[in-house]
Design a protein around this ligand. Structure first.
Ligand SMILES: Nc1ncnc2c1ncn2[C@@H]1O[C@H](COP(=O)(O)OP(=O)(O)OP(=O)(O)O)[C@@H](O)[C@H]1O
Ligand SMILES: [Mg+2]
Length: 356
């Protein structure tokens, strides 16, 4: 492959996120290259690709050690720009359980209710935009807890978007490895990447999987290994590491109290009330693909106990798909109620407790 330098006046990229694709041709000796040291790889990558104009979907070819090995640009900030000296380059890897996203499509205004989280969110935003101001008073880690589908992930992503920082996410279950040392290594790799991209947000979902109270743990060394590594990272985050960690769980009651105490704040996410359900309905019917002639007050009245996700995914989306499949031109109240009733039907409810 020949190297083409693009002399364009495009903006220099801030971040470039790549995924290894592979060679154009497969030979028995073709091995999957493993990045040994992300910092050294970044230098190596810049030496080859400096001046290159890239955008999402484009391929970049290695021209040195693994000639013609292709990487796909899976994200870039701005969406199109040139690779420059200050571009931070990371490569997502199949062997690493975490993902790096540049979030664009969700803001705190999209999150209905959850005022406590939004208030704390403003502090986190101020910190990520202006880390020096905070020094040792920086907000470093928070625990989001509450029922499924209430906006925990959405809020964490909105913070990353509004602060214009990368969003590193991982499911705690994926941190537990097969071999001793896997979990601790993954945590350290996660925070190495967070430092490389700093300021950044680390989001650890399904946190209960690693932070269970000891009485619930079947004394698996690998789980406590992950937690110890995480606590070491949280303690070690220096004054100048602008990394904010958010852990999320549905079951805060099951968490180990000593781990809970390491989080500076626990923020509860609640199921939406009548007004909030109404707002979720209104927001989601803006720019809707087909006509809507529904009474939102009626739907909100009938959806007590539903989460935001239930309303969006199980009611609005299902109703839309059915309407399209049936060739309908508009959605009416009854079409939505049909799915509300389905969700409420006894066969979908958890079994009642035998002993009260
Ligand atoms: N408070 C809310 N305001 C607006 N939309 C919401 C809200 N809560 C949930 N939703 C809708 O539900 C979707 C799923 O929410 P999200 O993934 O943030 O829930 P979660 O709390 O992280 O759930 P889980 O505990 O299962 O991970 C959102 O993308 C959004 O469409
Ligand atoms: Mg979530």
């Amino acid at each position: 492959m020949t190297r083409k330098s693009t002399k364009s006046r495009s903006m220099e990229l801030k971040y470039l996120i790549l995924k290894p694709l592979g060679y154009p041709l497969k030979a028995s000796y073709s091995e999957y290259p493993v990045i040994d040291n992300p910092k050294v790889f970044e230098r190596y990558a810049k030496d080859q690709w400096k001046g290159e104009l890239v955008s999402k979907g484009k391929m970049l070819f290695d021209i040195r050690l693994f000639p013609d090995f292709a990487f796909e640009v899976i994200n870039a900030e701005p969406e199109s720009g040139i690779v420059g000296e200050s571009t931070v380059i990371v490569v997502e890897s199949l062997s690493k359980p975490f993902e790096t996203e540049i979030v664009k499509d969700v803001t705190l205004d999209d999150v209905v209710g959850q005022d406590e989280a939004k208030k704390k969110g403003r502090v986190i935003l101020e910190f990520l935009k202006n880390p020096k101001k905070f020094g040792k008073w920086a907000p470093k880690n928070d625990l989001f807890y509450g029922p499924p589908g209430t906006g925990k992930t959405m809020t964490a992503k909105a913070l990353a978007n509004e602060a214009s920082v990368p969003f590193l996410s991982v499911k705690a279950t994926k941190l537990i490895g097969e071999h001793v040392g896997d979990g601790a290594r993954r945590i350290h790799e996660l925070y190495d990447r967070a430092r490389q991209l700093s300021p950044s947000i680390v989001f650890i979902d399904e946190f209960d999987a690693i932070a269970l109270d000891r009485s619930y743990q079947d004394l698996r060394g690998d789980v406590s290994e992950v937690v110890n590594a995480l606590l070491t990272e949280l303690d070690g985050i220096q004054k100048n590491d602008s990394i904010c960690t958010i852990a999320a769980t549905n079951r805060v009651d099951l968490l180990d109290s000593s781990i809970r105490s390491r989080f500076e704040e626990e923020i509860e996410f609640r199921l939406p009330d009548y007004e909030e359900r109404l707002e979720i309905l209104r927001k989601n019917f803006e720019d809707f693909p087909i006509k809507v002639k529904a009474n939102f007050e009626e739907i909100s009245k009938h959806t007590e106990g539903f989460s935001g996700r239930d309303i969006v995914e199980k009611i609005i989306k299902s109703t839309l798909h059915k309407a399209i499949a049936d060739g309908k031109e508009a959605i009416e109240t009854d079409d939505l109620i049909e799915f509300v009733v389905r969700i409420k039907s006894p066969s979908r409810q958890p079994p009642k407790q035998m002993f009260v």
